[in-house]
Design a protein around this ligand. Structure first.
Ligand code: ZME
Length: 529
């Protein structure tokens, strides 16, 4: 069969099955929902200039895409109705849920379609908990900072966090959700018991590892391609009260990475490790010439670090960031525990810095950074961020090629994160792509901001050079929060998961209406899905 003909055939059959299915759902639901074409759906679509403008860009400030309208649902049923309205059209419109719009490259946008402003779902009572069973039911639109405060009321909290908390549950679960606790607990998607998902067929499905597990695993890390996450049941643990928050500095990457790998190998049961492990690369010139603001280091500590880079003459220094959680009953022994732990590490003598903070102060540390950046007018700027997962076996090659090669003279506004995670905490049934084959991989985040003329172009060139380096040297990197311009790029990104992904897309969003800003599948109305 010629290609075009095959494509048409596929389209017609999936179209027919859509209609069939749609018909069933519609009749079954008619008695009580009656939501199919209610005028209040249309009245909840805002088309004023300000609404459209706000929904046309995202945190990245790199791409723009103008939607036809912005939908303000107040319940999951509204989202069901909007999606059914779309797929009832001969030419459906695209639909993109948007929480905080913290995507970097337009993933939360809907060119020519409808952006669902998930913020309008936020009601006070949207976190409910089972203290006995250690979980919370949380609306997909909720901010993690609000989940934190709500669960702390019961002395409990989720166990794995992103660095930044003013983003939504649905947003991070659609990507993975990583941070310094992931080495132990896996990404946030490994701490979910159950989801409510409104699929691209306009069905609300409650799914879990035991029920509609295909959809459950597809939606976790699914980049918004299979449905809108309207509720997640999230695992909790007893929350610690306080944290010893630590940074230890290194002048060489070998000691830095081997200490990180030692730290992430310690199981929670040993009681002897950090509860959180991350790390940063400090490019020489940021310390010696850059804006040196830090919410952790004091001015004199920054001088001390700058002296270290000058003394060693290296292009970069590194520090591990760790945290030891404690409570009233462990307060008397926690300093000793930390001391013993630090004795095992090979940081530069004299370069250990410790803060004693509350759990909330620790978790919301980037929130304080945000206040400072906003005050300095460097928050709403372009963020050409590149996040990569790098296999452990190539991390030193990556360091040499990137930090001591491509970026050696970079003077970035922003930061560079680098820390390892244990692969066995990830579930391969979930959609997020990870490097295969090794027990440990690193997250490397080049989180730079464009603050001056020419910055964006230079940073984009550097990002392209980093990706080209990884390709050329066969490093086996995978992008996290991925962006690929071509179908082939996406195919390679998902590797052996690609076939399953495409099949799940045909099943749960056959008209291709969901989250078109990802650019993974042809957009709605196109006939080649
Ligand atoms: C995607 C990502 C951003 C992961 C961590 N971040 C961060 N963004 C801004 N400031 C940070 C940060 N991690 C530590 N500080």
């Amino acid at each position: 069969m010629p290609r075009a003909c095959l494509a048409t055939f596929v389209m017609v059959t999936s179209f027919l099955s859509t209609i069939n299915h749609f018909h069933m759902v519609a009749t079954a639901g008619l008695a009580d929902d009656g939501i199919l074409l209610t005028p209040d759906i249309v009245s909840r679509i805002h088309t004023d200039h300000d609404s459209i403008a706000r929904a046309s860009s995202d945190f990245g400030h790199i791409v723009e895409a103008i939607p036809n309208g912005v939908f303000h649902p107040t319940s999951p049923a509204d989202i069901v109705a909007l999606i059914r309205l779309s797929i009832s059209q001969p030419k459906p419109f695209a639909v993109a849920p948007r929480g905080q719009g913290h995507s970097a490259r337009g993933q939360a946008l809907a060119p020519g379609g409808i952006v669902i402003d998930m913020r309008s779902m936020r009601r006070g009572d949207h976190v409910s908990m089972s203290s006995e069973q250690l979980w919370a039911d949380v609306g997909g639109e909720q901010l993690w900072i609000d989940v934190l405060h709500a669960t702390l009321e019961h002395g409990l909290a989720p166990r794995i966090w992103t660095d930044y908390l003013r983003i939504t549950v649905g947003g991070t679960l659609s990507n993975g959700g990583i941070g310094g606790q992931a080495f132990r607990h896996g990404p946030q998607i490994s701490s979910v018991h159950e989801l409510d998902v409104v699929t691209g067929m306009g069905e609300m499905i409650t799914c879990s590892p035991d029920k509609d597990s295909d959809l459950f695993f597809a939606a976790l890390g699914g980049l918004g391609q299979f449905g809108v996450i309207t509720r997640a049941r999230i695992a909790l643990e007893p929350a610690p009260k306080r944290v010893l928050w630590v940074r230890v500095a290194y002048a060489d990457v070998e000691s830095f990475t081997s200490d990180q790998e030692l730290l992430i190998s310690k199981p929670a049961s040993s009681g002897s490790g950090f509860d959180y492990v991350e790390g940063q690369v400090q490019m020489n010139r940021t310390l010696t010439e850059g804006r040196r603001s830090s919410s952790f280091f004091s001015a004199s500590e920054l001088d001390q670090l700058a002296k270290l880079v000058l003394d060693t003459g290296s292009t970069a220094i590194y520090y591990i960031e760790g945290a030891v959680y404690y409570n009233d009953d462990t307060a008397s022994s926690v300093n000793q525990k930390l001391e013993r732990l630090l004795e095992e590490l090979n940081f530069v003598p004299g370069f250990a810095f410790v803060r004693d903070v509350s759990y909330v102060e620790f978790l919301d540390r980037v929130g304080r950074e945000e206040q400072k950046l906003r005050a300095a007018g460097v928050w709403d700027v372009p963020h050409p961020w590149l996040n990569l997962f790098v296999p452990r076996s190539r991390i030193l090659d990556f360091d040499a090629g990137v930090f001591r090669g491509i970026l050696r003279d970079a003077k970035p506004a922003g930061l560079v994160l680098m820390y390892p995670m244990n692969r066995d905490r990830w579930d391969d049934r979930m959609t997020t792509a990870t490097p295969g084959g090794e027990d440990v991989f690193y997250a490397v985040g080049l989180l730079r901001s464009a603050v001056a003329a020419g910055d964006l172009e230079r940073l984009e060139r550097e990002n392209a050079a980093v990706l080209a380096f990884c390709d050329r040297e066969g490093v086996g990197c995978r992008q996290y929060l991925p962006h690929h311009a071509s179908r082939d790029g996406w195919r390679r990104h998902f590797g052996e998961k690609w076939g399953r992904l495409a099949a799940l897309k045909r099943r749960y969003d056959p008209r291709g209406i969901l989250s078109p800003g990802q650019g993974i599948f042809p957009a709605a109305g196109s006939d080649s899905l």
